[in-house]
Ligand binder design. Structure first.
Ligand SMILES: NC(=O)c1ccc[n+]([C@@H]2O[C@H](COP(=O)([O-])OP(=O)(O)OC[C@H]3O[C@@H](n4cnc5c(N)ncnc54)[C@H](OP(=O)(O)O)[C@@H]3O)[C@@H](O)[C@H]2O)c1
Length: 343
């Protein structure tokens, strides 16, 4: 069987056809799968009659150790997002009790009306790493109170190759059983995401802090995902708060490497945005929303004020000439298209 005919993506581009997919012999079990990109896009945020590919990142939910923690407030927040038209929800076994809160939310809505994405770490350095992964996988169904997960992602494993022996065959089997519809990987390393896409068995890659007001290092991965029909999910556009920092230059002092550079670039971007009368948070949340290769953008909503601010941000207009000035400033950064040092 040639790679071209055995590969599950029908439109694999010419320049990739010579790459032997390690999963080529499994293609027949996956040929009936619904293409992921239109499916994910159909769970865009329906707001004011517009369809906006923005979803709810649930990483900050379920932190029961917080002194002001209230599950009721978080359920209200999720319900409010749903009522506003949001339909894509991304969580993880690793995000405190986030899955449990999302599970309670799922009980209150019609499960089929949302796209549910979760993840598990693969602690491959531990002797029982694969057992931990499998246990997390099954427990996610219990915690989320569902018998079906749309997208199951390998979480923060900066090597894809390490997943090929056990984790991938296991997830492929679960996908063929129909427990999950799609397999994804969400990690910082763009190299791992690229290798995952080239395997031909990954439906979705999630990248964070790599495509934003301050970075465009994910461009090649976005193009590759687009070319092979995989979903590209873009996260952490606020750079873990650096974009909101009231005084980025002071924050940069004493920091080193890419963190220092991030604050310095954030200061320059904030100055430009202010000069144009734009809030850098608004520009961040809108960044890449309408790039054809970015299937879904995630916003980490922690509180009602975030949701209100995001609703308002989607209603603001940034004109093409203002975007042009933003791109111009971005292009002055020699590190714009380079992956940050991950250590
Ligand atoms: N490895 C992975 O798979 C991975 C990695 C990263 C992210 N993700 C996913 O992507 C999601 C988004 O990433 P993130 O949580 O880092 O997100 P983010 O959207 O960059 O938000 C981070 C923080 O910014 C603040 N914020 C959010 N919306 C705001 C708004 N409209 N205006 C002002 N402040 C706002 C919130 O904190 P304050 O209100 O306290 O300032 C929030 O906790 C995550 O929740 C997770 O689902 C996955």
């Amino acid at each position: 069987m040639s790679v071209e005919t055995s590969h599950r993506y029908q439109n694999i581009p010419e320049h990739l056809s010579s790459i032997q997919s390690p999963a080529a012999d499994r293609a027949e079990t996956t040929s009936n799968r619904k293409p992921i990109v239109p499916r994910v896009r159909s769970f865009s945020w329906s707001l004011d009659g517009r369809s906006i590919p923005l979803g709810f990142g649930c990483a900050h939910l379920g932190n029961t150790g917080r002194s002001d923690y209230s599950q009721k407030d978080e359920l209200d927040l999720l319900m409010r997002s749903y009522e506003s038209g949001m339909r894509y929800y991304d969580t993880s076994r690793t995000y405190h009790e986030s899955e449990v809160v999302v599970g309670e939310f799922i009980r209150r809505i019609d499960r089929k009306t949302i796209f549910l994405a979760t993840k598990s770490m693969y602690p491959f350095r531990e002797q029982k790493g694969f057992s931990v992964f499998k246990d997390n996988f099954y427990r996610s169904f219990e915690r989320l109170q569902t018998d079906h997960i749309d997208l199951f992602q390998i979480h923060d494993t900066d090597s894809f190759n390490i997943c090929e022996a056990e984790v991938m065959p296991f997830l492929i089997e679960q996908r063929s059983r129909g427990l999950i519809d799609y397999i994804g990987i969400g990690t910082r390393s763009l190299n791992a995401l690229e290798l995952a896409l080239l395997s031909g068995e990954i439906d979705s890659v999630l990248s964070y802090m790599n495509f934003s007001l301050l970075k465009r290092s994910a461009e090649p991965v976005i193009r590759l995902a687009h070319d092979i029909g995989a979903s590209f999910v873009n996260a952490s556009l606020l750079h873990f708060g650096a974009i909101k920092e009231p005084d980025p230059l002071t924050a940069a002092a004493g920091k080193q490497g890419y963190i220092r550079r991030t604050y310095i670039r954030a200061a320059a971007m904030r100055d430009l945005c202010r000069e144009m009368g734009i809030d850098p948070v608004v520009a961040s949340l809108q960044y890449g929303l309408f790039e054809p290769g970015v299937t879904m953008t995630l916003n980490g909503i922690r509180r009602q004020a975030n949701l209100e601010a995001t609703l308002a941000a989607m209603r603001q207009v940034i004109h093409p000439e203002q975007w042009a000035r933003i791109y111009q400033l971005q292009n002055q950064d020699p590190c714009l298209r380079t992956q940050d040092d991950l250590l």
